[in-house]
Design a protein around this ligand. Structure first.
Ligand code: G4P
Length: 191
């Protein structure tokens, strides 16, 4: 998506060769109109495939995932990183370890919201090593739901997320694919 690539070039900050800061339009401040266009693009790619729910992981995935869910006309389910005090029984849970952040958390889904009748689209802001997405897939499989694919805003294609997901039979759709990053230089994969 040219619009997102331009936004990344104009406003993104390559902190080093691995980490891109996008606080101004994804992680800290959000432009709703821009996010709506992003959501419509991802929804358009996956429309007509019988998707019944969109699933994301808190917190930065929520804004784009809500826009996708709105465009597809289906509910959004937010996977929690901490089991809340009110969400305490009938849960699916799995541990996710993030290489990017060096942290682990227990990804949690209430059994109430996903069933074997669901065909789910996962939406997230970044695809790096794909650990978060793989954790989400583990939870969806525990619920016997099927996975339609994953839509991400930014894929760092120099990291192994896509291969890991494709190896599990999951289609990845990324709006911007970063091939290489250095301070002051961001190179995208050719479309
Ligand atoms: P991982 O396997 O290395 O953990 O990669 P994964 O794709 O699961 O990403 C882990 C977390 O790191 C995610 O955030 C993801 O959005 C974030 N992330 C990965 N690479 C970058 C990057 O280059 N820039 C930014 N800004 N974030 C990146 P999270 O843990 O789900 O947290 P949240 O931001 O959604 O709250």
């Amino acid at each position: 998506m040219k619009l997102l690539e331009e936004k990344i070039l104009n406003e993104g900050i390559a902190v080093d060769e691995d980490i891109l800061r996008v606080d101004g339009f994804i992680n800290h401040q959000i432009d709703p109109a821009f996010m709506q266009q992003i959501g419509a693009d991802i929804a358009d790619h996956f429309k007509g495939r019988g998707i019944t729910k969109v699933v994301t992981i808190e917190s930065s995935g929520i804004a784009p995932a809500l826009m996708v869910a709105n465009s597809l006309g289906v509910p959004l389910i937010i996977l929690k990183k901490q089991p809340s005090k009110v969400l305490n029984d009938h849960l699916f849970q799995t541990i996710v370890t993030s290489f990017t952040k060096g942290t682990s958390y227990e990804l949690t889904l209430s059994q109430k919201y996903i069933s074997e009748n669901d065909h789910v689209l996962i939406v997230d802001d970044f695809l790096a090593n794909g650990e978060a997405a793989t954790g989400a897939i583990r939870l969806l499989r525990k619920a016997h739901a099927t996975v339609a694919g994953i839509g991400v805003l930014i894929e760092k294609s120099f990291q192994p997320g896509r291969e890991k997901l494709n190896a599990q039979g999951i289609e990845v759709y990324a709006l911007a694919r970063i091939k290489q990053m250095k301070k002051d230089s961001i190179v995208f994969e050719e479309e």
